[in-house]
Design a protein around this ligand. Structure first.
Ligand code: NAD
Length: 497
């Protein structure tokens, strides 16, 4: 969906959205404040290279101020009636829906993704608001008549959340909503490349009446503000979404402090197509699910695993579908935008070279895009590699760009073996009309979500999302998620004295 056809319309909307986030400040204890060091970092429009805004280059001092604010806000927030907490979080969700267009535009501006309508992150807040007063313990069996045992689920206290740049407001909400619904307070470190929508969503929490200090947003660079967060002595629980390499560092910091961690990492998700699949449904979905957000999606379906019998036909059809992918800046009626940064563009172009060197054949795309519309931004062609072998790096490593690798399998068994043959296990789709094969494969695939004849969990409310193997642990977006932000206490009453 384009946002106004006249150039002036999108520019006015962009100006309006940017005006919602003041320059050079982040949100600590309910106030906009500059970094303790006074330093800032630039946030750049990836379609043009223009500087959108400056945000504080927060460091350990800013993290400490935010953690203190969160610790001060915790007792009152914890002790508030869960119904009252739910009402405030619900109001926050309503405000996020009401201002969904502004949230989406900020995200489009800083990430480069095409505008597809207002943000729906408010629904996520409302889902978890509904769970706030349904966190219950158990009554335990007693071995003696005069003893009663129960369990209580209690919040940890101050939580930390580190968010990557591909879907910042939605991933922030995925951590914050369950954490605060359970009675915790939180400090969020948004990505340095795309912190603006997160700052605005944090401000909306205050507008909703959530007390200052419950949600804090500290901007800064990963190795500085990010590294300081899990190491702060008052942080009792961490959530991290990002690359396995950084996840491992955050986990080491949590290990040093002996605090729990919710970890959402990358993927190399397979889209398996069996010979009896409905290709008219499968092919558009396959293409959409590796070009969405220019492939910068942890659960992007970047390996196409096809039964031999179907190979030539599906490669032709996917190539034809890819020719329809329209690329351009966020405000045009396009399917794909630029990559987020020059760094990410170098990474993706590097993998295009690696694939060729390994002997994969480029069927479509394969290079940086050029022309007036593309020269100032980080645009890379959607690319189809055929003849990919399971051991190749383009079949094993997360590229995080619009690159699809085709792998052939003799039958469903080999397809599942290939699907399972990476370090990752986040999502997987199986396209077939044979329900028996679909069920068997779904059970054998090692991944946190499996989709049959669609890609993604659209249509399901509260589907747990998370990884097997190196894709992480912990589940986001489901009723179980709120329990991850609680600790279990057993209380024993002795009536006998
Ligand atoms: P990244 O790991 O570089 O950065 C993620 C976040 O960690 C950023 O906020 C960054 O500032 C911070 N960070 C960087 N170094 C840090 C350090 N030493 N200590 C603490 N924090 C640090 O990842 P990215 O490039 O921003 O995002 C891309 C990766 O994220 C991909 O691998 C992708 O698959 C993964 N991802 C996973 C999910 C999921 O839900 N599983 C969702 C989105 C992205």
């Amino acid at each position: 969906m384009a946002i106004g056809t006249a150039r002036g319309t999108h520019e006015a909307k962009a100006r309006g959205a940017l005006a919602l986030v003041p320059d050079g400040v982040h949100l600590i204890g309910g106030d906009w404040s500059a970094a303790a060091s006074g330093e800032t970092i630039e946030v750049v429009d990836p379609a043009s290279g223009d500087v959108l805004r400056r945000v504080p280059r927060g460091g350990a001092d800013d993290v400490a101020a935010a953690v203190s604010a969160a610790a001060a806000a915790f007792p009152r927030w914890r002790d508030m009636s869960p119904t009252a907490r739910a009402e405030l979080i619900h109001r926050w969700g309503d405000l996020c829906i009401q201002h969904g267009e502004e949230i989406a535009i900020l995200e489009c501006l800083e990430v480069g993704k095409p505008f597809r309508g207002p943000s729906t992150i408010g629904e996520r807040a409302i889902y978890f608001a509904g769970l706030a007063d349904k966190v219950t313990g158990d009554t335990l069996p007693s071995a003696r008549p005069d003893v009663l045992g129960i369990t209580l689920r209690e919040p940890y206290g101050v939580c930390g959340s580190i968010v990557p740049w591909n879907f910042p407001p939605s991933l922030m909400m995925g951590d914050v909503a369950p954490a605060i619904s359970a009675g915790n307070t939180i400090v969020v470190k948004p990505p340095e490349d795309a912190p603006l929508a997160c700052l605005y969503v944090g401000k909306l929490a205050l507008d909703a009446g959530i007390p200052p200090g419950v949600v804090n947003v500290v901007t800064g660079i990963g190795g500085e503000a990010g590294a300081a967060l899990p190491l702060h002595p008052l942080v009792r629980h961490m959530s991290f979404t990002g690359s396995p390499e950084t996840g491992s560092k955050v986990m080491a910091a949590c290990a040093q402090r002996l605090i729990p961690l919710h970890l959402e990492l990358g993927g190399k998700s397979p889209q398996i197509v069996l010979r009896d699949a409905d290709l008219s449904a499968a092919v558009p979905s396959i293409v959409r699910n590796f070009t969405n957000n220019a492939g910068q999606v942890c659960v992007a379906g970047t390996r196409l695993v096809v039964e031999d019998a179907l190979h030539d036909e599906i490669v032709d059809k996917v190539a034809a579908e890819m020719a329809k992918v329209r690329v351009g800046p966020w405000y045009e009626d396009v399917d794909m935008g630029p990559l987020i940064s020059a760094k990410q563009e170098r990474r993706v172009l590097g993998y295009l070279g690696i694939g060729r060197e390994e002997g994969a054949e480029v069927i479509v795309g394969g290079k940086k895009m050029s022309g007036d519309k593309f020269d100032r931004g980080f645009f890379v062609e959607p690319t189809l590699f055929d003849g990919v072998m399971p051991h190749m790096r383009v079949a094993q490593e997360e590229i995080f760009g619009p690159v699809l690798s085709v792998l052939s399998a003799q039958d469903v068994d080999e397809a599942v073996e290939i699907a399972n043959g990476t370090r990752y296990g986040l999502g997987a789709s199986i396209w077939t009309r044979d329900i028996k094969k679909a069920i068997q494969a779904a059970k054998r695939i090692e991944s946190g979500q499996v989709y049959i004849n669609q890609y993604g969990s659209a249509g399901v409310i509260g589907a747990p999302f998370g990884g097997y193997k190196n894709s992480g642990f912990g589940r986001t977006g489901s009723a179980e998620t709120i329990l991850e932000y609680t600790q279990l206490k057993a209380v024993v009453f002795n009536a006998g004295g």
